[in-house]
Design a protein around this ligand. Structure first.
Ligand code: NAI
Ligand code: MG
Length: 356
């Protein structure tokens, strides 16, 4: 079976890091005759916007809809407002394909360092954040009244539908049940007296269907503290769009930095392709220098393999990343090394060939 992957390298370091991810997939294809991938690349992003006045083709969603997965680098470039690159490409795909689950693993890999002090308890960082990805605080609802006048008022409305809240919480419970791990809900019911009281109620309701799952509930501010003082207490975490955005960057900081953080945008029903991307942006400050860390983009490849049901290869890719981090023969400058982006990719492929 050939898996069809749409590749959107995007801007800045996006093309640099996805090239290495594809290198890894091509190596796996050679090592495992039962697996094959085909790639089609789309030139969309900010450069495309400067030339064509749009981030992607008008029928972009139509073009992508029959792929098995979308592999995205990063979009964003100085000169193109960030809300355009976000809303006209990333969110168009996330919403168009109902990718309402954002899966972000926060795991301190062997060989990776954490800014937390060298206490074994603080190296126990292995969680999966299940972030609501379709509504909440990022629904785009609100109003801007009396613009520029002294009485100016801006409203940014959080949208929490029963359907949207229930499905993300249920999905997280399913993951917790399957993996035998605990589930922590992060909310803020004391201050957000509509949305988060509702969230807590739905969490409580759905939990009735999963008596075997141990649950915890934290206020987001307390959770932020415990991420730093006792990360081991979190296993599977479910939270809203905004809180998930913030705590996963905190988590990324704890577990080796943006160069090591991956995120998957999943349509669990598989009616549409899911999208896999490093969490980091286009990093204009280092773009074109060949020094971007490709490990986050390669971790996304591991998530693609998991999504295709080849968890064996997904795990091997993570193992290869750990080997590269531990042996330190090819690490990029953000990890204290002097290797180039492509040298890291080549080393990953060598490790895969040697081990498997
Ligand atoms: P950024 O993630 O691009 O960069 C933040 C810092 O981390 C920079 O110093 C950068 O050099 C470093 N960094 C990021 N990824 C790295 C990697 N793989 N290896 C080594 N160092 C790395 O975030 P920033 O600067 O806030 O945004 C830059 C542009 O990217 C903006 O236009 C923003 O809108 C866009 N962006 C796009 C995202 C996406 O496509 N999903 C996500 C976040 C930002
Ligand atoms: Mg973010």
């Amino acid at each position: 079976m050939t898996y069809r992957i749409a590749v959107i390298p995007g801007d800045g370091i996006g093309p640099e890091v996805t090239t290495e991810g594809l290198k890894v997939l091509k190596t796996i294809e050679e090592l495992d005759p039962s697996l094959s991938f085909s790639f089609e690349s789309f030139p969309w992003g900010c450069e495309y916007y400067t030339e064509n006045g749009k981030m992607m083709d008008d029928d972009g969603i139509e073009k992508l809809k029959d792929f098995d997965a979308i592999y995205l680098g990063a979009v964003g470039f100085p000169g193109v407002p960030d809300h355009i690159s976000l809303w006209d490409l990333l969110l168009k795909i996330r919403k168009g394909f109902d990718q309402y689950v954002n899966l972000r693993p926060i795991k301190l890999l062997n060989g990776s360092s954490t800014p937390l002090k060298d206490d074994p308890k603080l190296r126990n960082i292995d969680m999966l954040v299940v972030r609501e990805n379709s509504e909440g605080e990022y629904a785009g609802a609100g109003d801007w009244l009396f613009k520029g006048k002294p009485e100016e008022v801006v409203l940014q409305t959080g949208v929490f539908s029963r359907k949207g809240t229930e499905r993300i919480i249920r999905h997280a419970f399913e993951i917790a049940k399957e993996s035998g791990k605990s589930l922590t809900s992060i909310s803020k019911g004391n201050a957000l007296n509509y949305s988060m009281v509702f969230w807590d109620e739905v969490f409580e309701e759905v939990s009735q269907d999963y008596p075997e799952v141990t649950t915890y509930s934290y206020l987001v501010d307390a959770a932020a503290m415990f991420f730093v003082t006792d990360p081991g207490r979190f296993e599977i975490v479910v939270t809203s769009n905004l809180f998930g955005d913030i705590v996963t960057d905190l988590g990324a900081g704890l577990a080796g930095g943006l160069g090591l953080a991956a995120g998957a945008n999943i349509n669990p029903e598989r009616n549409y392709p899911s999208m896999f991307e490093p969490v980091h942006g286009s990093a204009p400050d280092i773009a074109g220098k060949g020094i971007a860390n490709p490990l986050a983009a390669v971790w996304s490849v591991s998530q693609i393999l998991d999504h295709f049901g080849h968890e064996d290869w997904g795990a091997r890719v993570l193992e290869a990343i750990e080997t590269v981090l531990t042996e330190k023969k090819a690490n990029t400058p953000d990890l204290g090394g002097d290797a180039s982006t492509s040298a890291v990719g080549t080393e990953l492929c060598r490790v895969l060939e040697e081990k498997f």
